[in-house]
Design a protein around this ligand. Structure first.
Ligand SMILES: [Ca+2]
Length: 538
C-alpha cells in the first residue's frame, strides 16, 4: 500500500472542478470511457490498471478491455454510424434490461419469502414466474458502496466507495457506459448517491456514468416533496409520493421505446422503504395495524413495541412500491416489451428493524445483508418459478446482466457472471461470498457498536471476524434468526477453523489485508469527521 498512489487530499470543491473541467465534456456514446485527468478522483494503482479507457474515436488506449469487447464495441459503433438496418436485423435482438432498485428492502419482507404480514402481490407474482436468488447478499450493506458495486461490478475496496457520500470515479467503467457502448439506450430515474457532492446538487452529464435519459437526485428521503434534476440545473419536483411519480415516468419511457430499434437499459431507483417509515400514502398506512404484526423472534423484548410500530410503516412503503411494480409490469405487457426484457427487482441492502436489538444496516446479520433478487426474462429464462441458492453479491449483478444480454464483460469487472447459472447451468461460485465493513460510519459509528469486519456468508453459515478475532458464527439452517452465536465455542472449533480458512483464502485472493478503517480513509484521502463519516452540508 504505497501512499504515493493514494489520494485524494483535495477538498470537494477542487475534486469537482477537476471532474467538471471542459475537456472532460464529450458528447454522445463515447462519453463512456473517458481517460482520467490527473486531478480527477483517484484510486489505488491496482485499480488504475484495471480501469478501461476508451478514446472518443474508438477504443483501448491500454489493454484494458477484452478484445472481444473491443470488437463488439466497434461493430456496434459501425452500426450506429449507418451500417444499415438490414444487417442489424439479422442479429438476434438483445434483451432490454429494466432494473428496479429499492432502498433498504430486506429479503424477508416479501410474502413470497414467507413473511406472514407484508402484502406484496405483484412481487410474489414475479417470484412465481421467474428466478429467485434466495441468498442474494449486499456485501457492504449500505447505500453508496452497494450502488458503486452494482454499476462497476467491482468490490468496494477496488472502486473505493466504502463510505456514503464519496464520489464514484467519473471515469469508472460502469453499467451505463458498457451497455451504451453495446448499442443500448440508457436511462436512470430516481436515487443515485454516487456523486459525492452533497445530496441535492445538480449532477452534470459527465458525472452520470453513461446514462443518457436522466431524472435523478443524489439522495432524499422526503418522499412527498422530492426533487430531481434532468439535463439542466433547474430543480424539479416529483408530484406526490416520489416512487409513484418515478414509476409513471418509467412507464412513459417504456411506451416511448416500445417501437425503438435499439434495446434499452432502464434503472428505476426508489427511495423507500428506507426510513422515514411513516410517510407512505395514507391508503397503504391504513393496511397495517402495528399491534397485529408478527415480529422476528430475534427482536429483544424491550424493542418489540417500537419494532412493531416501525414495521407497520416499513410495510406500508413496501406495499406502495409493490403497487408501483405492478404498474410497471402492466406497462411492460401493454407495450409488448415483456417477452424480451430482463426485469430485475432488488435492493441496495436490508434493514435490521429491531432484530438483534439493532436498527438500519451496515451490520453483518441477515436482516441487513440479505436482499430480494427476483429476475424474469421470458424469452431467455422461461417463465417457470425457480429458486437458486448461490450467494450472489452486489458486484455480481453487472456481469450477470451483461452475460444474460450477450454483452462482453469488461476486464475491470471483479464479480461473477451468474447468467449461465440463471439459465440452469453450473454455479460459477463456491457457495460463499464476502461481507465487510472497511470503516464504520454514519448510522453505525463506533459509539453504537460500529466496527471493522470481514466475513463470509455461505448458503448455510455466517462467519465474521472483527479486528480482534472471530466474532460471529451462525448455522443459518439450524438457527435462521441467528440467535445462537457459535463463535469461539470449543464444540464448534472445527467448523470455525474451516470457515476461517475459507475467509482467509477469499481475502487473500482479493488482496484484502483487513486493516483498521483509518488506513483506508487515509489511502483514499477521504475527509471524515471525528466519527469517520463524510459530512454533507446540503
Ligand atoms: Ca440505501
Amino acid at each position: 500500500m504505497e501512499n504515493a498512489n493514494l489520494r485524494v487530499g483535495q477538498g470537494l470543491e477542487s475534486r469537482l472542478q477537476a471532474v467538471c473541467a471542459p475537456d472532460r465534456l464529450k458528447a454522445g456514446l463515447q462519453t463512456s470511457f473517458q481517460t482520467r485527468s490527473k486531478n480527477s478522483v483517484a484510486r489505488p494503482a491496482a485499480n488504475e490498471q484495471a480501469l478501461g479507457v476508451v478514446s472518443a474515436a474508438g477504443f483501448s488506449e491500454a489493454p484494458l478491455m477484452r478484445p472481444t469487447l473491443t470488437l463488439a464495441l466497434t461493430t456496434l459503433l459501425a452500426g450506429a454510424t449507418g451500417l444499415g438496418a438490414a444487417a442489424r436485423d439479422q442479429e438476434p435482438r438483445r434483451p432490454n434490461v429494466l432494473l428496479v432498485l429499492a432502498d433498504q428492502w430486506r429479503a424477508e419482507a416479501l410474502s413470497c419469502a414467507g413473511n406472514p404480514d407484508v402484502r406484496t402481490p405483484n412481487l410474489d407474482r414475479l417470484q412465481r414466474q421467474g428466478v429467485q436468488f434466495v441468498n442474494a447478499v449486499s456485501g457492504l450493506p449500505v447505500c453508496s458502496p452497494m450502488r458503486a458495486s452494482l454499476l462497476t461490478g467491482q468490490r468496494p475496496l477496488t472502486h473505493g466507495v466504502f463510505l456514503n457520500d464519496v464520489p464514484l470515479n467519473p471515469a469508472a467503467v460502469t453499467l451505463g457506459k458498457v451497455f451504451a457502448a453495446a448499442g443500448y439506450d440508457t436511462a436512470y430515474i430516481g436515487k443515485w448517491h454516487l456523486n459525492g457532492d452533497g445530496r441535492s446538487a445538480f449532477i452534470p452529464r459527465e458525472r452520470r456514468q453513461g446514462f443518457d435519459y436522466w431524472k435523478v437526485l443524489e439522495c432524499t428521503h422526503d418522499y412527498n416533496h422530492s426533487a430531481y434534476y434532468a439535463d439542466g440545473p433547474e430543480k424539479l419536483y416529483w408530484e406526490g409520493y416520489d416512487a409513484a411519480a418515478q414509476t409513471r415516468d418509467a412507464q412513459q419511457y417504456l411506451r416511448n421505446h416500445a417501437a425503438s430499434p435499439r434495446p434499452f437499459v432502464l434503472v428505476l431507483a426508489w427511495g423507500p422503504p428506507h426510513d422515514p417509515y411513516f410517510t407512505a400514502p395514507e391508503k397503504y398506512r391504513a393496511l397495517y395495524d402495528a399491534a397485529q404484526l408478527t415480529l422476528r423472534p430475534n427482536v429483544p423484548a424491550g424493542e418489540r413495541p417500537n419494532a412493531r410500530k416501525i414495521l407497520a410503516g416499513y410495510y406500508s412503503h413496501c406495499t406502495a412500491l409493490d403497487d408501483c411494480f405492478g404498474e410497471l409490469r402492466r406497462a411492460l405487457q401493454e407495450t409488448g416489451l415483456e417477452e424480451n426484457t430482463v426485469l430485475v427487482f432488488t435492493a441496495d441492502h436490508g434493514d435490521m428493524l429491531g432484530s438483534q436489538g439493532e436498527q438500519k444496516k451496515q451490520r453483518p446479520w441477515d436482516e441487513a445483508i440479505r436482499v430480494p433478487l427476483l429476475l424474469r426474462w421470458p424469452k431467455g429464462l422461461g417463465a417457470r418459478a425457480r429458486q437458486l441458492d448461490a450467494p450472489i453479491n452486489s458486484e455480481d449483478l453487472l456481469p450477470t446482466l451483461l452475460g444474460l444480454c450477450g454483452v462482453p464483460i469488461p476486464k475491470t469487472v471483479e464479480g461473477l457472471d451468474y447468467s449461465r447459472y440463471a439459465r440452469g447451468g453450473r454455479n460459477p461460485g463456491d457457495g460463499a461470498t464476502v461481507v465487510l465493513c472497511p470503516s464504520p460510519f454514519g448510522e453505525w459509528v463506533r459509539r453504537v457498536g460500529g466496527k471493522e469486519y470481514r466475513g463470509v456468508r455461505t448458503t448455510r453459515y455466517t462467519y465474521v471476524r472483527d479486528l480482534s478475532g472471530p466474532w460471529l458464527l451462525y448455522d443459518n439452517q439450524a438457527d435462521p434468526y441467528q440467535t445462537n452465536n457459535l463463535a469461539n465455542q470449543p464444540r464448534h472449533a472445527r467448523l470455525q477453523a474451516r470457515l476461517d480458512t475459507l475467509l482467509a483464502r477469499k481475502l487473500k485472493e482479493r488482496h484484502d489485508e483487513f486493516l483498521p478503517g483509518a488506513a483506508y480513509i487515509k489511502q483514499w484521502g477521504y475527509e471524515v469527521d471525528a466519527q469517520g463519516t463524510v459530512p454533507y452540508a446540503r
